[in-house]
Design a protein around this ligand. Structure first.
Ligand SMILES: [Fe+2]
Ligand SMILES: [Fe+2]
Length: 317
């Protein structure tokens, strides 16, 4: 069994194809339960339950296939009422690393190229920080899109902060700041799901509720007190605009925390470049052009310029 890895049975989804051959233990031996790409059914579960078996085994070289499989089904796993919370958390922790890797493999991050190594190092710290992860877990269980959005914003905003401050101020602890980027929308965990996932335009009342998520996020992060104050200010001010047209407080310019100004740019970029039921995705180039033409007075110009340079295709060597 040296070359096999065990998982709780709950990792497998009923009526879905298995990502690899799955075994169960009988005495000293492993016996095949389901071959690769076969349907895992209720009968399989019953078969294991009758024998009091709670674990399945897959070959260690199939670990990646298992991670891809659980990442694909993560939203269903986390919203499954019958799944024990402990196992939900375990599945979430084990797939988070993979989900972040996926964001780094995103074609939009190609241009970050030389910074990937540093960002990966930071991500490893974030993944091992249980506080950040458990907050991300709360978001994921509530709305899967927001979870992905938080990962994207976390990675791009960390890259932007590093490009802007990394070399100029080696004491600037970008890693500490980046926690706030990953959790900027934590307040959305208090917005009712029907509003968050509504495919149509929000009504005036729904929009009023949605606009409270920065304040709710601030309250959550301040109450837990596990992270830095910066993280809470990023949550509170990431929808403020430098021209004063943002929310919740309509503050302007340098009154807005620098990290929140960074977060605002990346937040808009991710919204524009992500496909939603009600709108197609813009290419990164079109999104940046749109932001420069139409929204320039809302964003901090020096961070926006750095972000454009960060994502601009590198000239051929
Ligand atoms: Fe937000
Ligand atoms: Fe956001």
């Amino acid at each position: 069994m040296l070359f096999y890895k065990d998982y709780p049975v709950e990792y497998l989804r009923i009526d879905q194809e298995t990502p690899c051959t799955v075994y169960f233990q009988q005495g000293e031996n492993l016996i095949m339960l389901v071959p690769k790409k076969a349907l895992f059914s209720r009968q399989h579960i019953d078969f294991l339950k009758e024998r009091g078996i709670g674990k399945i085994f897959v070959h260690a070289r199939e670990r990646k296939a298992m991670e891809q499989y659980t990442a694909r089904h993560l939203d269903k796993i986390l919203s499954d009422q019958n799944m024990p919370p402990k196992i939900k958390a375990e599945i979430f922790y084990s797939t988070s690393g993979y989900a972040m890797e996926q964001v780094l493999e995103d074609p939009r991050t190609e241009t970050i190229g030389d910074m990937k190594k540093i960002i990966k190092g930071m991500l490893n710290h974030i993944i091992s920080n249980k506080v950040v992860l458990s907050d991300l877990f709360t978001i994921t269980a509530h709305d899967y899109y927001t979870y992905h959005h938080c990962l994207n914003v976390g990675i791009f905003a960390t890259a932007l902060a590093y490009r802007y401050y990394g070399d100029k101020d080696p004491d600037n602890d970008i890693e500490r700041l980046s926690y706030g980027f990953f959790l900027h929308d934590i307040g959305k965990s208090k917005v009712p799901k029907e509003i968050l996932t509504k495919p149509d335009k929000l009504s005036a009342e729904e929009w009023q509720i949605m606009k409270q998520h920065p304040q709710w996020g601030y309250n959550i992060l301040m109450q837990t007190g596990h992270l830095t104050d910066e993280a809470a200010y990023i949550a509170l001010e990431h929808h403020e605009q430098v021209n004063g047209s943002g929310y919740p407080n309509g503050i302007r310019g340098n009154m807005i925390h620098p990290c929140a100004r960074i977060c605002a740019i990346v937040d808009m970029f991710d919204a524009l470049t992500t496909e939603r039921p009600y709108k197609p995705a813009l290419t990164p180039f079109d999104a940046l052009r749109y932001m420069q033409r139409h929204l320039i007075y809302g964003f901090d110009p020096s961070y926006l310029e750095t972000f454009v340079h960060l994502l601009a295709p590198k000239p051929p060597a």
